[in-house]
Structure formats: C-alpha cells, structure tokens
Write a protein that binds this ligand. Structure first.
Ligand code: FRU
Length: 460
C-alpha cells in the first residue's frame, strides 16, 4: 500500500481505502484497496473498491456521505472523488494525464460504480493535478475540493460534486517547496465557537529530515480562500515515515488522521517480502496555542486502549538512569507502548534494543531543545543509502516536564512528545524484535509515571 484514501465514517463503520497494487509489492497500476473497522483498531480487509478503467489508474482521493443527495445518486450515497492517472497520455508528455473523477456506492461502500460523466474536473494544463480532498462547507452550502496542483493547492467549489469551479490558489511564496505538493487536507477545528482551519500539505521530497513529509498551515478559510495566520512552515510529523496522511470525513467533531508509514526515498525497496507499506495508528488531531502560535497536536486514538494491557507501572517514582526495563518486566513483547515523563532541562535517551546488538534511540537534548531518533544501528539498512539516519525536531512546548508515549511495533516506532506537539514516526528492520528498553539520562534526570504496556494484535 501507499497513501490512505477515501476515509469516511458511515453507519458505524470506518472505511479506509488505500493506494494499492494487488499484483506486486512495488508501486504499479493503482487500485483502491479497502479495509473497514468499527473501532479504528481492528481492521478487516475487503474486496478492492476501485479498479483502473479506460480513463486511467486510480490515484489518491477522498470520500464523502452525500446526505442531501446533491449528486443524485441517492440520499446518503457514499461518493469517492479521486484522480484518474492516464499512463497512455502520460507517455505523450503533454502533462494532461491527471484529472478528477467520481464513483458512488449505495450499499455502504461494498460495491462502487464510476460516474458515466467522468472526468468531473478535466486537466486544465497542469502537470501535477491530483489528490482531491472534498468536504461540505456549511456556510456557503457547497462542496469544497482541496487539490494539489504542482507546488500549490487549488480550491474548487461544486453544488453537486459533478461541476467544479475554481476558487483560489494557495502556496506561492509560502511553505516548503523542496518537491511536489501532494495529498492535501483542509480541516476545520472548533475553538470556543470560532473556526480555526488547518491545511495539511504533503511534500515529496523536501521533508525536514529528508524525503517525504507533511507540512501544515493554520489559518482561516472563508469559503473561497485560505489565509494562514503566520508564514512559518510547521510539520505534522518530524520522523521519516509519515506521509500522505489525511483525516476521516463525516467523523462528527473528531479529526481522525492516518498516514502512510513510509517515505518515497526508499518505499519500493524496504526489506519486506509479503507486504510493503503500512499505515500509522489512527491519531486524533487537535489544535493548541503555544506562546500565541497555533500548532496541531496528534495523539493515538483512545480506542487503542482495547489492545493495550498494562504490564508494569511505576507511578510517581523515579526510575534510575540506565535502567533496563527487561530487568524489571522480563523480555518485552514484540509490540508495546511505553509512557513516561522526564525533566525538560536534562537530556534523556530511550534505547530500544534486541539481542543482536541492534538498537534505535528516541531522545531529547536539552541544550538545543532537540528531540531525535537515531536508527543508524537499527538493523538492515543496506537497501538504501537514504535510510540510516539521525533525525531531529525542535521542541515546541515550554513546560518543565516532557510527556512521552512510544508505540513500538516490530518494524516501527511512533513517538509522541508533549501531548503530540512533536511526533516522530520511523520504521526499522531489525533481525529480531527490540525486546528490551534502556532508559538513559543526564545526571539527575528522572523518569516518572512510567507505564509499560503490551499492545496485542489488531487482527481478529
Ligand atoms: C503520494 C502520491 C499521490 C498519488 C499517489 C499515487 O504518495 O504520489 O500524489 O496520488 O501517491 O500512488
């Protein structure tokens, strides 16, 4: 898989579609794979949702519930809005090979029919013209499409999902521009009755630690144009492996995000056999103000509690530096969660390690206020010279203590610091599981409220 697509909540089911090539573990003719869940934790794979057709293969896009039957496919029809990528036109090098189309489902997402009038938004002469994210805009009573157009975002409006009119363009002279802009998402947050808007924009390459990453802007959207409050570039995740993520549509007041846990720097060559590419855990996004500046915070969804079994807790006590958690709990399971609080004025390092001298570090350097992940010795990195890296992220929060949650799976770490103001998601390929953790700290560093939990399987 690569990008998550068409995420929509409908009748108690979370639908997750994804960029998928059913015939290979490397990128190829794109389909929309399909998985469903009732709790965002346990997933069941479904038959493929969208197949390539005469207009092209099926690139990224979104899905909505058409509550008022604006498109005429039925009340509460599910409608997918996606990019058709036409490989024949691509070979002609006119740059006209991407355009937007729709498909609908009237049986709760089980089967899909493509609209006979596709494409609904033909290519106007823009080489990179893709990844439509559509939402209903209450105030102006119309659908808004947020579309990646080369290195800008273009907003379109429609009364019926079939006819689209250009509204405005965002991104000239602002944001990171190391590569093409992809997979945007315009998200409304309610802050004490006021709307605050966040625009997610994935970029490849040009991420803060190399390759693919997702930047965001916080500002206002008036139904026509997006105006950011500030001109600085912020990143949803500073790790190397969280790309093309967007949020669920129709999920009430929750803004639930899933990203693709990979990086185009090496996505096609990571050393896996029966699968390649995975999604992050579902995360709730919220907005927070730190010293007058707005940020997005990401937190693993509370539903993960269903697969979290507390193994050991050290409440309000100091865990000494260089403590091996294995010596407290015995070997850690292959998948676990570690929560703790540490002093912000002292360095600390959490080393995930195995019995084969391989390790990955997550830590914090107080002098320059940097979080970091070091995966240079985490196992196989021979497949790409862009993989072994030490990645860093500036701390945003100013509190005296840093709260950390680490979600460790056999091939990934999802690290959340300061309530998810700084996130680092990183993959690794050790020869055996990281079954021990060593907490290291500068003199007088303390680790309090330590909880080690087993994460059990998401597969039923
Ligand atoms: C992002 C992306 C999208 C595109 C899809 C193709 O990873 O390049 O822009 O729609 O992947 O698989």
């Amino acid at each position: 898989m690569n990008d998550p697509n068409g995420m929509v909540y409908h009748n108690g089911t979370y639908h997750l579609f994804f960029q998928h090539n059913p015939d290979s573990t490397v990128w190829g003719p794109m389909h929309w794979g399909h998985a469903t869940s009732t709790d965002l934790v346990h997933w069941e794979e479904q038959p493929i949702g969208l197949y390539p057709d005469s207009l092209g293969t099926i690139f990224s896009g979104s899905a909505v519930v058409d509550k008022n039957n604006t498109a005429g496919f039925g009340n509460d029809a599910l409608i997918a809005i996606f990019t058709h990528h036409n490989h024949t036109i691509e070979r002609e090098k006119t740059g006209l090979h991407q355009y937007q189309s729709i498909a609908y489902s009237t049986d709760n997402g089980k089967t899909w029919a493509k609209y006979a009038g596709n494409p609904v938004l033909p290519n106007p002469g823009i080489q990179d013209f893709r990844d439509p994210k559509v939402m209903w805009h209450e105030e102006t009573n119309q659908w808004i499409m947020t579309l990646a157009t080369k290195q800008t975002i273009t907003f379109y409006a429609s009364p019926n999902l079939k006819e689209w009119e250009k509204l405005s363009e965002f991104g000239v002279g602002i944001g990171a521009h190391g590569g093409v802009w992809e997979c945007p998402d315009l998200i409304r947050f309610d802050h004490n009755g006021e709307n605050v808007w966040v625009l997610l924009v994935s970029i490849n390459p040009g991420g803060p630690n190399g390759g693919s990453a997702t930047q965001y802007f916080v500002g206002d959207f008036d139904g026509t144009a997006f105006t950011p409050y500030t001109t600085d570039t912020k990143w949803l995740d500073y790790g190397r492996d969280n790309y093309a993520g967007v949020t669920w549509s129709n999920a009430d007041d929750r803004r639930i995000f899933i990203g693709w846990m990979n990086n185009w720097d090496y996505a096609n060559v990571v050393p896996t056999k029966t699968w390649r590419g995975a999604a992050t855990v579902a995360r709730d996004l919220t907005i927070r103000q730190i010293e007058g500046n707005w940020y997005v915070a990401s937190k693993p969804v509370a539903e993960l509690g269903a697969i979290t079994e507390l193994l050991h807790e050290v409440p309000q006590q100091v865990v000494r530096s260089n403590a091996s958690l294995k010596s407290i709990t015995g070997s850690l399971p292959a998948t676990y969660r570690l929560d703790f609080t540490a002093r912000a004025d002292r360095d600390f390092t959490v080393r995930l390690k195995n019995d084969n001298k391989e390790w990955a570090d997550f830590g914090y350097r107080a002098t320059d206020r940097q979080f970091f992940v070091d995966r240079t010795s985490s196992g196989d990195h021979s497949f790409s010279d862009r993989f072994a890296s030490i990645d860093s992220a500036s701390r945003i929060d100013t509190a005296d203590y840093i709260e950390v949650s680490l979600l460790v799976d056999v091939a990934s770490l999802e690290a959340f610091a300061d309530g998810g103001l700084v996130v680092m998601t990183e993959t690794f390929f050790p020869t055996t599981d990281f079954n021990d953790v060593v907490l290291q700290g500068e003199t007088d560093q303390v680790f309090t409220d330590l909880r080690i939990s087993r994460m059990t399987s998401i597969w039923k």
